[in-house]
Design a protein around this ligand. Structure first.
Ligand code: HEM
Length: 215
């Protein structure tokens, strides 16, 4: 039995898109409950975890540069270098706080209702010129990389959690991986194509496959 999915509806109906993706990856209320179970385990470690994420973003000029841009709400922020109050410093501290708030919401949300999935979509959109500051257009490559790093850090926490048995650890890792897949989709959908076919791999001949394994 093949279920019909309206792919045009998926492009403008967030709930419909979410329902399809959830079914495909088997994301359900058990995963939401699992994320809630992780909240008290992850919360005390959040400040250190967010520090590590930002340290990573600050390790490379291509990712660090986004924090030199003036974000929404900071248009008229007064700078006082003498006492160490720079726009970069204040914005970064604010972003760290917002990232913690974001992770706390993911871990405490009891029902993934319409307003919550709209929030996830808004977080994705914020990194493109379509949302937030017009100057912020984070290359999807960096987003994907940070998702991977975030997943590694969360897996590390779960792996070391003494209060979870092996089975719960596995369920927790699955729930995290599904949440990241959903957030990643709710980000990707706001991007256009970022791959430039004309200039990439010009010396490698294109081999046309006649058959795809999955077709
Ligand atoms: C795991 C992937 C990521 C997640 C979940 C995430 C999450 C968030 C959240 C929740 C906000 C909103 C803060 C608020 O409410 O004001 C935000 C804003 C922002 N993020 Fe990310 N972020 C990710 C990756 C990145 C990367 C890779 C960069 C840059 C290299 C970046 C740069 C920014 C900037 C500059 C803003 C401010 C946008 C604005 O104010 O218009 N983020 N992010």
């Amino acid at each position: 039995m093949v279920e019909h999915i309206d792919k045009f509806r998926m492009q403008n109906d967030l709930r419909y898109r979410f329902d399809f993706l959830s079914k495909f990856i088997n994301f359900d209320q058990n995963d939401v409950n699992m994320l809630n179970t992780l909240a008290p385990i992850i919360f005390p470690l959040l400040p250190a975890l967010v520090e590590r994420l930002y340290k990573k973003l600050y390790s490379f000029d291509v990712t660090k540069r986004f924090f030199h841009l003036r974000n929404d709400g900071f248009e008229s922020f007064p700078v006082n270098r003498e006492v160490g109050i720079t726009l970069d410093f204040v914005q970064t501290e604010y972003r760290k706080d917002m990232f913690s708030v974001y992770l706390k919401r993911i871990l405490t949300q009891g029902q993934w209702d319409d307003s919550f999935i709209e929030y996830l979509s808004r977080v994705g959109q914020m990194h493109t010129p379509k949302g937030g500051s017009a100057a912020i257009n984070v290359d999807y490559m960096y987003m994907n990389a940070l998702f991977c790093y975030l997943e590694q850090l969360l897996m590390e926490v779960i792996w070391n959690a003494e209060s979870l048995d092996q089975r719960k650890k596995q369920e927790a890792m699955e729930a995290i991986s599904k949440f990241i897949c959903i957030q990643n989709d709710f980000l990707t959908m706001h991007y256009g194509a970022t791959w430039n076919k004309e200039t990439s791999c010009a010396n490698i001949p294109i081999v046309r496959l006649t058959k795809c394994f999955f077709r």
